[in-house]
Design a protein around this ligand. Structure first.
Ligand code: SAM
Ligand code: DTB
Ligand code: SF4
Length: 349
C-alpha cells in the first residue's frame, strides 16, 4: 500500500508503518520506520492533505483538544563553553545575556509552585552547561526531588551526561531528560563545532538506559533545506523507540549569535514540520517550542491542527520571550483547547 497516498490521507495505521511494530526500527531487522524520501513526500503534499492526515493521526493517538503545559526555568544562565550557532548563552557570543550561577533549591521550588498555580503540569529546568559537574548535579538532584514532591512531572536539560549521572537523576525522580539533536546529522557541523552528533546520541542512550523518558527534538529556520528538515524528522522517528516528547523549535534569532540574520522560515513550512513530526511519531508529545511569540495566534492554531499538543507556558523560555499566560489562556479559550492532565502512571520518585 502506498503509505503516502494523497487520495486516502491517514488511512494507514501508522503504528505498523513499513511493517515494523509500533516504536520499533531496524533493530529487529526491519527497515527504518521512515525513510527520508518518504518524509520529503509528506512535506510535499498539498497543505490541506498534509494537515488532514496529521489531524487524523493525531485523533487516532492523542486527545483531540488537549495541550500539555510545560514551564521552563533557566536554573543556570549564560557563560556556556559551547559554540552552538543559535544560542544566546554561549560565552563566546556577545548577546547581552547576563550570566547567573546555579540557582538555590528553594528559589527553584518557589518558581515551580508558581508554575503549578498557573496550571503547568510539567516543570523543565535548563542549564547552560556543556555538561554538569558532579557538585552541580548534586544540587540539581535536590531540585528534582523537591519539584517531584509538588506532584509535577519533572524535566531537565543540562547538556551531556557522564556515566552514572543519568541514573542519579532518575533516582531523584526525573521523568524526562531533554537533549536535542537540533539538526540533521550531516548539517550538525555547520551549526556546532565543539561537540558532534555522536556525543548527543551517547547521552540519549544513557538517558534511555537509566529508564527515563526522552525529550528530543530540534530547531528549524536555521537556513537548512527542506531535505535537512526531513532528515531531522527521520532521525527522530527512527530512534528505537522514538522520543516520548519531541520539541520543535523555530529559531529565535538573537543579535550577537552567528545565526542572527538568517532568512526566516516560511511559517507554513514550520507548520508542515510539525505535521511531519506528528505523522511519523504518533504517540509522542509534539511540542510547539521556541518561536511561538513570532508565529502569532493563527499560525499557532495551524500548529495545533497539525498535531502539536504541548507548549512552553510562561512569559519566558530560557533567556528569550514567550507569549504571556493571559495570551495563552485567551488563545486556548478561542480554540476550545484544554490543558492536558499529567499522564497517569508516569514514573514517580
Ligand atoms: N545546554 C544544554 C544543551 O544544549 O543541551 C541545555 C540547554 S539548551 C539552551 C536547550 C536547547 O534549547 C537547545 O538544544 C536548542 O534546541 C534550544 N535553543 C537554544 N537556543 C535557541 C534559539 N535561539 N532558538 C531556538 N531554540 C533554541
Ligand atoms: C527545547 O527544545 N527548547 C527549549 C527547551 N528545550 C530547553 C529552549 C528554548 C530556548 C530558546 C532560547 C532562549 O530562550 O534562550
Ligand atoms: Fe551551551 Fe546548550 Fe547553548 Fe549550546 S545550546 S551554547 S550547550 S547552553
Amino acid at each position: 500500500m502506498d503509505t503516502l497516498s494523497t487520495s486516502t490521507p491517514g488511512s494507514q495505521s501508522l503504528d505498523t508503518h513499513n511493517g515494523c511494530a509500533a516504536n520499533k526500527t531496524d533493530s529487529a531487522g526491519c527497515a527504518p520506520r521512515w525513510t527520508v524520501p518518504e518524509i520529503e513526500s509528506l512535506f510535499a503534499l498539498p497543505f490541506n492533505d498534509l494537515l488532514f492526515r496529521a489531524q487524523q493521526v493525531h485523533r487516532e493517538h492523542q486527545p483531540a483538544n488537549a495541550v500539555q503545559l510545560s514551564t521552563l526555568l533557566s536554573i543556570k544562565t549564560g557563560g556556556c563553553s559551547e559554540d552552538c550557532g543559535y544560542c544566546p548563552q554561549a560565552a563566546r557570543y556577545h548577546t547581552g545575556v547576563e550570566n547567573q550561577p546555579l540557582m538555590e533549591v528553594e528559589d527553584v521550588v518557589a518558581a515551580a509552585k508558581q508554575a503549578r498555580e498557573h496550571g503547568a503540569t510539567r516543570f523543565c529546568m535548563g542549564a547552560a552547561w556543556r555538561s554538569p559537574k558532579q557538585r552541580d548535579l548534586d544540587k540539581v538532584v535536590a531540585m528534582v526531588k523537591a519539584v517531584r514532591g509538588l506532584g509535577m512531572e519533572t524535566c531537565a536539560t543540562l547538556g551531556m551526561l557522564k556515566p552514572g549521572q543519568a541514573g542519579q537523576l532518575r533516582e531523584a525522580g526525573l521523568d524526562y531528560y531533554n537533549h536535542n539533536i537540533d539538526t540533521a546529522e550531516d548539517n550538525y557541523a555547520n551549526i556546532i563545532s565543539t561537540r558532534d552528533y555522536a556525543d548527543r546520541i551517547d547521552t540519549l542512550e544513557q538517558v534511555r538506559d537509566a529508564g527515563m523518558h526522552v525529550c528530543c527534538g530540534g530547531i528549524v529556520g536555521m537556513g537548512e533545506t527542506r531535505t535537512a528538515r526531513a532528515k531531522l524528522i527521520a532521525q527522530l522517528a527512527n530512534m528505537s523507540p522514538y522520543p516520548e516528547s519531541v520539541p520543535i523549535n523555530n529559531l529565535v534569532q538573537v543579535p550577537g549569535t552567528p545565526l542572527d540574520g538568517t532568512d526566516k522560515l516560511d511559517p507554513l513550512e514550520f507548520v508542515r514540520t510539525i505535521a511531519c513530526a506528528r505523522i511519523t511519531m504518533p504517540k509522542a508529545m509534539v511540542r510547539l517550542s521556541a518561536g511561538r511569540q513570532e508565529l502569532g495566534d493563527a499560525v499557532q492554531a495551524l500548529c495545533f491542527m497539525a498535531g502539536a499538543n504541548s507548549i512552553f507556558y510562561g512569559e519566558k523560555l530560557l533567556t528569550t520571550g514567550n507569549p504571556d499566560v493571559e495570551n495563552d489562556r485567551a488563545l486556548f479559550a478561542r480554540l476550545g483547547l484544554k490543558p492536558l492532565d499529567p499522564s497517569p502512571g508516569e514514573p514517580a520518585a
